[in-house]
Design a protein around this ligand. Structure first.
Ligand code: FAD
Length: 382
């Protein structure tokens, strides 16, 4: 198992649950045991959840695995059935699960400038939390979900926040134009400045950042900058291994890769979606948690298994006290209708349809109705 986080741990659990009783080695480059990432931009950053509460393993959980933590995989030698580690060690195995997740994209030219943060790991979150505690003006670059959550948490901590987004409408990709605008209006509802439709040219400052420079010539003063411009799959270490890579590890509908005895799960894996007829890489907690079951079944079977129809992808986000939930795919919908609540009231339940069939559902503070629609969506999909 390469990658010791949610997808890796879930795969290890699936292996034991499905009867694998052989040697199991989990390799992870972080020093921490598996921890939960969603709270890093929410309760942990706000200081209301401690590190111990991030643990993904139960206290008495014992998977009988060997954990090689602080160990970075640098290559996969498929012919020799071996994973090479940065410290020169080698781990040989009959089967491999790739679960190396994704890394936050950096802003070119920002390396080494104090006050500039990305947020992917516990160490990132510790550093940002300490900095927010000192106060100041925060500029968040990118109004995607992680950026928006950081803005919301910092706002609640009493920090002056500006969010800058290159697209004219934030979240238009995942939610569509109409609902992207409704959700991102949460920023302005709370007096957080939202600057859209303009790119970032760079950052200014000698040793420490002091402003974000926009392409239209404006300069936004900043003491702290959070770069939230998405993530890229951690697959560089697989280059040259012969495995098919395409926006992550290219997989079939059951997680099998182009190499026999190798499956990939979680944020690094670009699974084939039989419903859509193309591959999709999904960066959501629930996919990293649920999909390893199918991948492990295929690994243990040593060949194709009937993966069943996967549930439509689902994610949630918490911003300004509003729980946002989304399931399905907004792209390709030809209509969006409000089924309950209202966009203005920020308590909307909206259904996306294509040719009359529901393809996605969005809820803002509508957890019960949302779950009902999510079930219906899954039933329609299957
Ligand atoms: C701040 C934040 C908030 C989020 N909030 C939400 C949310 O509200 N809702 C939601 O649905 N999703 C959310 N997510 C996404 C969710 O956390 C991810 O989908 C999930 O963590 C993916 O799990 P994973 O195991 O595939 O990858 P990761 O969690 O990225 O874990 C991969 C692990 O592999 C390690 N690794 C990488 N390369 C190597 C290597 N070469 N050798 C050894 N180890 C390696 C990494 O260091 C890491 O520990 C959030 C993510 C972040 C960062």
């Amino acid at each position: 198992m390469v990658g010791a986080s949610l997808a890796g741990l879930s795969a290890a659990r699936s292996l034991r649950k499905q009867g694998f009783d052989g040697r199991l080695v989990v390799i992870g480059d972080e020093l921490h045991r598996p921890y939960d990432r969603p709270p890093l931009s929410k309760e942990f950053l706000a200081g209301t959840l401690g590190e111990a509460e991030l643990a993904l393993e139960a206290q008495d959980e014992d998977l009988g695995a060997e954990w090689l933590l602080g160990a970075r995989a640098t290559g996969l030698d498929h012919a020799r059935r071996a994973v090479r580690l940065a410290d020169g060690r080698e781990v040989r195995a009959d089967g491999f699960v790739i679960a190396t997740g994704a890394a936050a994209r950096a802003l070119p030219g920002s390396a080494g400038l104090a006050g500039v943060h990305t947020l992917r790991t516990l160490d990132d979150a510790r550093a940002l939390r300490d900095e927010l505690a000192r106060g100041g003006r925060l500029v968040v670059i990118g109004a995607g979900f992680v950026g928006a959550e950081v803005a919301s948490t910092a706002y609640a901590l009493g920090i002056d926040v500006t969010v800058v987004e290159a697209a004219p409408t934030p979240l238009a990709g995942p939610l569509g134009e109409t609902m992207g605008a409704v959700v991102s209006a949460l920023h302005t509802d709370h007096g957080v400045r939202l600057v859209c439709g303009v790119g970032v040219k760079g950052l200014s400052g000698e040793e420490r950042v002091d402003a974000v420079l926009l392409e239209d010539g404006r300069s936004i003063p900043a003491d702290i900058v959070v770069v939230g411009v998405g993530a890229r799959p951690n697959v560089e270490w697989l280059e040259g291994s012969g495995i098919a890579l395409d926006n992550g590890v290219k997989c079939g509908a059951d997680g099998r890769t182009s190499l026999a005895g190798v499956v990939a799960v979680g944020d690094c894996a670009n699974w084939y979606d039989p419903r859509a007829g193309h591959h999709r890489r999904v960066e959501h907690w629930t996919g990293a948690r649920e999909r390893p079951d199918a991948a492990v079944a295929a690994l243990l079977a040593g060949g194709a298994v009937e993966p069943g129809v996967p549930r439509p992808p689902y994610f949630w986000s918490d911003q300004y006290g509003v729980r946002i939930q989304f399931a399905g795919h907004a792209a390709g919908a030809d209509s969006v209708t409000v089924e309950a609540g209202s966009a203005d009231g920020r308590d909307v339940l909206a259904v996306y349809r294509r040719a009359g069939d529901p393809v996605a559902v969005l809820g803002m503070n509508q957890p019960r109705l949302f779950m009902r629609w999510r079930k219906q969506l899954a039933a329609t999909a299957s």
